[in-house]
Design a protein around this ligand. Structure first.
Ligand code: ME8
Length: 519
């Protein structure tokens, strides 16, 4: 707690095509932790952005008959618009063609050059343009890229190299001392065994095309796109600038708490990146979390496979909060997950329409009907029933359970714990049958039941807010409460009894109108 800094990043996405469900997935996951940490009082800085250099982008621009800068400028808005639609609360958005980034890249590689971490050499080998990755002859599979199975091209160039080969022992020592650096653990094992197998020096420059940041000390060389891209995490904070505001920002937020990445780019983030930082005398990030792939019909969803879907159609159908909920609840973070329309409809109707939406409408309706839309008083604890106590206990343990899950980025389990309260509140209403109490004229018990259930709703809205910010804000509004995004102490906010007596409750439309399968 307190105002400790919390810096979280997504990969910067290639602007060779518009964002799709896969890129949205990482971004939503990072957004949910950013939102939650703001609610636990952290000073959050959430960075996302675009990777705009390299051969792949230059080719995409050429295919469209455009100059690379004009091309990236034309695609960039599709990302900022998609993130706006998905409620992504980033604090900074970096594009690698920005001056602040190019300046930082040049400063970084000049420093490493001056300090003897580079050497000139000849590169002869293979290159996968779609993955922007070098491969040695013996790594190819049937002559194709071992990662994506696509064609590779041969390159022979005089390049500059980063002396990565010398960093093996330091990296292994670092992984051993910081077991949380690579998460989840399966990925850590993969990284450790890769480094144990020995590292080769890394070619950091290219000469056969020009769309990149020029290496200041080597005429005609542009930086290899990956070692330009990785630096975004520090150039966005101000690395490479002497402006006091930049220096202060960098000191405040670095090292990052989390880099969120897909498992496809783990070696860049867990081997090359920390080695680059060690060479420059900068601390590596605290943790890189690699999530799995979204699969459709058993295949990785990707732009190049042509099975990539844009978020807009699903958001149009289900709404943005249901979209965010589905991916974070249904796919276990860190594992591959199959997604389908059927399972999305099921989650929507079951968890959202039936459990959460229905709970809210019933309660808001009954408050209007029985108490003229005013929250009754906090009930007298002397008359607490066993069910009342159970609900209070579930709500009371939620903050800690939720925090435990979120600390491990287990979104699915965190949502599950919020659902325990939502489900119990539904059962509580069934068991207490407020409609019968009303008929019998037992206003005291009726008031107690409604207060308790409304209070459960208020607390459930707090813990679903990181994933479903719009719904939670709406629930709080309908409960006559303030702006939920202003909550910076979720523990205090979640204390039982926080719902003020007399607060005016608004019925409103269904939060998640049921979807019929035939639609
Ligand atoms: O790799 N399932 O950019 P990129 C889940 N520019 N996540 C997916 C996914 C899927 N099917 N497909 C893509 C790059 N992703 C570099 C990054 S960072 C310094 C440079 C997500 O546009 C996942 O996060 O190819 C993956 O790592 C990222 O998109 C790749 O995005």
């Amino acid at each position: 707690m307190g105002t400790s800094p919390f810096y979280v990043t997504t990969p910067i996405y290639y602007v060779n095509a518009e964002p799709h469900l896969g890129t949205a997935y990482t971004t939503i996951a990072a957004d949910a932790i950013a939102r939650y940490r703001r609610m636990t009082g952290h000073d959050v800085r959430f960075l996302t952005g675009l990777d705009e250099h390299g051969q792949k982008i230059a080719q995409a621009a050429e295919e469209h008959g455009m100059d690379p800068q004009a091309w990236v400028d034309s695609i960039a808005p599709s990302f900022t618009e998609a993130w706006k639609m998905l409620g992504i609360s980033y604090d900074d958005f970096i594009r690698t063609t920005e001056e602040r980034h190019k300046r930082g890249v040049a400063a970084f590689w000049t420093k490493l050059h001056d300090e003897g971490h580079l050497h000139q050499g000849h590169y002869e080998g293979w290159y996968c343009v779609p993955d922007e990755t070098y491969w040695a002859e013996d790594q190819l599979e049937d002559g194709m890229c071992p990662q994506c199975g696509r064609e590779v091209q041969q390159i022979r160039e005089d390049n500059w190299f980063f002396k990565l080969s010398g960093f093996g022992p330091r990296l292994l020592e670092f992984y051993a001392e910081h077991p949380e650096f690579v998460q989840p653990e399966t990925r850590r094992n993969e990284v450790v065994s890769f480094v144990t197998g020995g590292l080769k020096d890394l070619s950091i420059s290219r000469t056969n095309f020009t769309w990149g940041v020029p290496l200041p000390f080597a005429e005609g060389h542009v930086t290899y796109v990956w070692i330009d891209a990785l630096l975004n995490y520090i150039t966005a904070l101000g690395y490479g600038s002497d402006d006091p505001a930049d220096v202060e920002r960098f000191q405040r937020y670095w090292p990052a708490e989390y880099h969120f990445v897909g498992k496809d780019i783990i070696r860049f983030h867990c081997v090359i990146w920390p080695a680059m930082l060690m060479a420059a005398g900068i601390e590596p990030p605290k943790s890189v979390f690699a999530h799995g792939f979204l699969l459709t019909k058993g295949e990785k969803m990707s732009k190049s496979k042509g099975n990539a879907q844009t978020p807009a159609s699903l958001v149009g159908r289900f709404g943005v909060d249901a979209y965010r909920y589905y991916f974070l609840r249904d796919v276990s973070f860190g594992h591959d997950g199959s997604i389908s329309m059927e399972s999305m409809v099921q989650r929507y109707n079951g968890d959202l329409a039936n459990d959460w939406g229905n709970l809210c409408s019933r309660l808001f309706n009954m408050t209007e009907k029985y108490f003229e839309g005013r929250v009754p008083a906090l009930p007298d604890p002397a008359h607490e029933t066993a069910d009342d106590a159970t609900m209070r206990a579930i709500a009371g343990s939620l903050p800690e359970t939720y925090e435990d899950h979120m600390r491990r980025l287990d979104y699915s389990a965190a949502l599950d714990s919020a659902w325990e309260l939502i489900k119990f509140a539904n059962r509580y209403i069934e068991n207490s049958a407020p409609w019968t109490l009303a008929k019998e004229g037992d206003t005291v018990r009726l008031a107690a039941v409604l207060y308790n259930a409304l209070e459960a709703v208020r607390i459930a809205a707090l813990f679903t807010a990181p994933v479903m910010p719009n719904t939670s804000a709406e629930v709080w509004r309908r409960l006559g409460l303030g702006d939920i995004t202003q909550v910076t102490d979720i523990l205090a906010a979640a204390e039982w009894g926080g719902l003020p007596e007399g607060s005016s409750v608004v019925k409103g439309e269904a939060l998640f109108p049921r979807i019929y399968e035939e639609e």
